[in-house]
Design a protein around this ligand. Sequence first.
Ligand SMILES: Cc1cc2nc3c(=O)[nH]c(=O)nc-3n(C[C@H](O)[C@H](O)[C@H](O)COP(=O)(O)OP(=O)(O)OC[C@H]3O[C@@H](n4cnc5c(N)ncnc54)[C@H](O)[C@@H]3O)c2cc1C
Length: 232
Amino acid sequence: MPTKREPTFTSASTVELYRASANDLDVARAAWVSQDAAAHAKEAQEGRVEGLIRFLWRNRHTSPFEHGQFTFVVTTPIFVAREFMRHRTFSFNEISGRYTELPDRFYLPPADRPLRQEGKVGSYRFEPGDEQQVALVRETITESTRCAHAAYRRLLDAGIAREVARDVLPVNLMTSFWATTNPRNLMHFLGLRTAPDALHEIREVASQIEQHFAQQMPITHRVWREDLGARG
Ligand SMILES: Cc1cc2nc3c(=O)[nH]c(=O)nc-3n(C[C@H](O)[C@H](O)[C@H](O)COP(=O)(O)OP(=O)(O)OC[C@H]3O[C@@H](n4cnc5c(N)ncnc54)[C@H](O)[C@@H]3O)c2cc1C
């Protein structure tokens, strides 16, 4: 007898820092590699790291930022994962809908998520919905998700392969993946995905990633942020 399973809903993505091998001093050390080691030690002691990082970033001497590594575990809806995976310089591994039953967890936009798109291509603004629109969005997504989830369970219960049964699932299904990259490519990702015109949900993911980055490489993060702000 198949067990009845209900979908659950979340309004949040999560980002866990699985591992980081990256810090500010290594950026400076990579830049100093061809110079005198004793002088480098002295420079590091004298707090010259920030000045050097500013110089490197200002002059787009970016290879010293490529030696570290960050691995994140991201849990987010499929429609966000699709945007994330456009970033080809990351390495990815994602939960498989062929080898496992997919989670019963789905994304439901929070009540304060902007709902109305105004303006023209290239200069869209997103405004909050009124009470009725908020209710309509939440009820419609809940209902259609329940329907799709029931269809998935029905196919699985009838012995249909997971890789076929998943065809009925919607893009608000929560997925999980590992994403690994170096600091230079991470900054490129953050520049695009924390920008005001990026999708609301990927901005939330990017903002969590930025917090991990800032904790791990505070000087590089500060220099990069200031530069981004100055360039508008
Ligand atoms: C606001 C926004 C809206 C978007 N809208 C759309 C859309 O409507 N439709 C759509 O299809 N995509 C869309 N995208 C995705 C966008 O076109 C990029 O694919 C995505 O942002 C990844 O950027 P990237 O190629 O710079 O990054 P990465 O893939 O991480 O690459 C990093 C850098 O490596 C270099 N690089 C990597 N691969 C190549 C290559 N093959 N050739 C040359 N250089 C390379 C480039 O310098 C690139 O900037 C959108 C992105 C954003 C931020």
